[in-house]
Each structure stands twice: as C-alpha cells, then as structure tokens.
Design a protein around this ligand. Structure first.
Ligand code: OSB
Ligand code: MG
Length: 369
C-alpha cells in the first residue's frame, strides 16, 4: 500500500504564559502538523521542533524543509507495510529526528485507526491511567515559582520539575524545599552546566531530588558518567539520548540512572520502543518528556506513556496549562489524583478540531504520490 497524500501545516498557538528554560523564553509556539491519508483513513502527527535551534538544532523551518523535500517524498515512494518499518525508510536521511518522528507518528496513528484499535494497544501498552508531573519554567521571582508549585500540587500532579540555570539553582531549590519538604521534586538544567560546576551540583544532593535532568552538554555521555559517580542524586538524561545506541552507551558508562523519553528527540516510536526494551532489560526507569506539544503530540505522548517501562510520572500534563484552546477535542485533562485517563478510541483517541486548526494555519502544503 502507498501513502496517497501528506499534508503539512504550520499553526501558531500562543502559550497562556511564557515558558522559560536555561536556553530561553517561549511565548508562542510554531507547530508543524502532519496528516497522512491512505485507503480512506487519515493519521496525525506533530513535530516537536522548537522556534529556534536551542534545545536541538532543529527548528520549525528546518523540519518544514526536511518534511517537504525529503521525508514526505520518501514516504510517498515506499510501500507501506506497517509503521514499525518507517524508521528504516528514513535512515538514509541523516539527523532531523523531529521531522522524521512527525511523519512516523502520523503513520502509527493511521495504522491504529486502520485496525480500529487505540494506539496504546498497537504499541502493546496497558490502558487505564498514566501518572502525571509538571515542568515549571524559570520565573521572574521565587514567589511566582512557589505560587506555581502550590497551584500544581493543588491540581493533583504527582511530581514537580523545576527548571534551573546558573544563578537560579541552589538558592531556589533551598527555598522550594523549605516550603515543600515532602513533594517529589526534580530539577532540569537543559545542559547549562559543565564539570567545572561539580561542587555546586554536589551540593544539590541535600535536597533529596528524585533526579537531576541533563546537567551537562547536550551531546555528552562521558562527563555525565564522571558527574554521576560524584553525586548521590540520580542523573536523568534528556538531550543526550538520541538513539538506542546512546542509551546503551549511557547505561554502560554509568552516565545516568534514569532516561527521559521524547518521541521527537529519538526520531519516533520505533526507536523509542527499542530504547524502552533496553531500559526494561537494564532496570533503567523511564518517563515521557514533553516539548510544549499541542493536543496531537500530547496524545502520542499519552499512548507512549502506557508502556510498562514508564514507571515515573512524566511531563505530560493538561492542555489548559499551556493553551487557552487546544487543537483536539476533548482537551487533555488531568484527574484530581494527578493522572490522565488513557482514551479507548481508535488511533490517538482525541479528535483534531479541524475548523480551529484551519483558522490558526499560517502555511499549508499538500504532497501527493
Ligand atoms: O527539557 O524537558 C525539557 C520544554 C521545551 C523544551 C525542553 C523541555 C521542555 C519542558 C516542558 O520541560 C515539558 C512540557 O511539555 O510540559
Ligand atoms: Mg529536559
């Protein structure tokens, strides 16, 4: 079977409030959506590339180019025999995992719909509920951070992740711990430190963090192993794990004790499934990260989070934390006990709101075989 049509769209979606990490502040997302059509059915994917090349080198514009000129034409040329094989089609295109993952995710959604199954079942996950945490960005004041944490604990979330950077780290975590002595807490540095900061990072051990996420360089495994040896707090890698080989190297080197999985960063579900198997076999806990996704990407993250190796609360939270109005119906909602009920409908299980998506589309391109 051949993919008949691929539609690319870029939408603009303002965040309800800015989101700041050690690499900068985002106020509005530019999101590339992919829709595939084949045999009278459609599937949807979302590209997690950011507005600028700061989390990784990909941007909404590079993803658009690579999808339109390489990934899309490649998919139209190949014989579709299941979403599990799409990664192999795309192997000749080096890098650009977020562009690839967007197309691949649309084909996973399509395949699940074609079998009239929820995506989580196709992935061999289990239904029910997934536990949720939140990621809280760098704020203008510590008071705003404390108020934010208070609000999210009140909403039921099961762990709090605080973004840190040099100058917004030890003092901030000290204050957070004083106000919330027992909350499951972690910190994400997005590569803002180096081994020269080892003493400072060691002093974070006193806060009983569940983990510290990606303290060192985005491509590094070696220095993280040196750091992990010196810390009591487990290191969780995000940016450094781009493929199953990275996960294997990290586990063998002792670079981390936990892995944050992101579909875009690893190039899609097939790679994610392999990393998942490796982590299960190695006793490395996983959780699903987030990239400020709209409802389509969020729905894919929910399906992925149902796999048995995802034992820690992820960064998959309610639509309303980010969007005034999400692009799926119903929006993603979180129960008062901090879980998301996994939908039982076919595919991703959330309905794209096509009329709203049309209104916020800034460019569109249709590729045909
Ligand atoms: O490092 O996990 C990260 C958002 C954008 C880029 C990188 C990261 C994040 C988050 C947000 O932490 C998680 C979310 O989508 O809620
Ligand atoms: Mg991170």
């Amino acid at each position: 079977m051949r993919v008949e049509e691929i539609e690319l769209r870029e939408i603009r979606l303002p965040l309800v409030r800015f989101f700041e990490t050690s690499f900068g502040r985002t106020t509005q997302r530019r999101i590339v959506l992919v829709r595939v059509s084949m045999d009278g059915l459609t599937g949807y994917g979302e590209c997690t590339a950011g507005e600028g090349p700061f989390y990784s080198y990909e941007t909404a514009d590079t993803a658009w180019h690579v999808l339109k000129d390489f990934v899309g034409p490649n998919a139209l040329r190949n014989d579709f025999q299941g979403a599990i094989h799409v990664r192999d089609w795309l192997r000749p295109i080096r890098g650009h995992p977020m562009a690839k993952a967007a197309l691949e995710a649309a084909l996973w959604d399509w395949e699940a719909r074609s079998k009239n199954k929820p995506l989580w079942k196709l992935l061999d996950g289990k239904g029910g509920e997934i536990p949720c945490g939140v990621s809280i960005g760098i704020q203008d004041t510590v008071e705003e951070l404390l108020a934010g944490i208070e609000r999210e604990i009140g909403a039921g979330y099961r762990r709090i992740k605080v973004k840190i950077k040099p100058g917004w780290d030890w003092e901030i975590l000290k204050t957070v711990r004083r106000h919330f002595p027992h909350v499951p807490l972690m910190a994400d540095a997005n590569s803002a430190y180096s081994l020269a900061d080892l003493e400072l990072l060691r002093r974070l051990d006193e806060f009983q963090l569940m983990m510290i996420e990606q303290p060192l360089a985005y491509h590094d495994l070696f220095d993280h192993a040196v750091l992990q040896e010196a810390l009591r707090t487990p290191i969780c890698l995000d940016e450094s794990i781009r493929q199953v080989e990275d996960a294997r190297h990290a586990i063998e080197l002792g670079s981390c004790r936990i892995i944050n999985m992101k579909l875009g960063r690893v190039g899609g579900f097939t790679e994610a499934l392999q990393i998942h198997s490796l982590c299960l076999a190695s006793g490395i806990p996983l959780w699903c990260g987030g990239m400020l996704e709209s409802g389509i990407g969020r729905a894919h993250n929910i399906a992925l989070s149902t796999l048995e190796g995802f034992t820690l609360p992820g960064d998959v939270s309610a639509s309303k934390r980010y969007w005034e109005r999400d692009i799926v119906q119903p929006p993603v909602e979180v129960t008062p006990h901090g879980t998301i009920r996994v939908p039982d409908g076919p595919g991703i299980g959330y309905q794209p709101d096509l009329e709203f998506i049309d209104r916020i589309t800034v460019r569109k391109e249709v590729l045909r075989a």
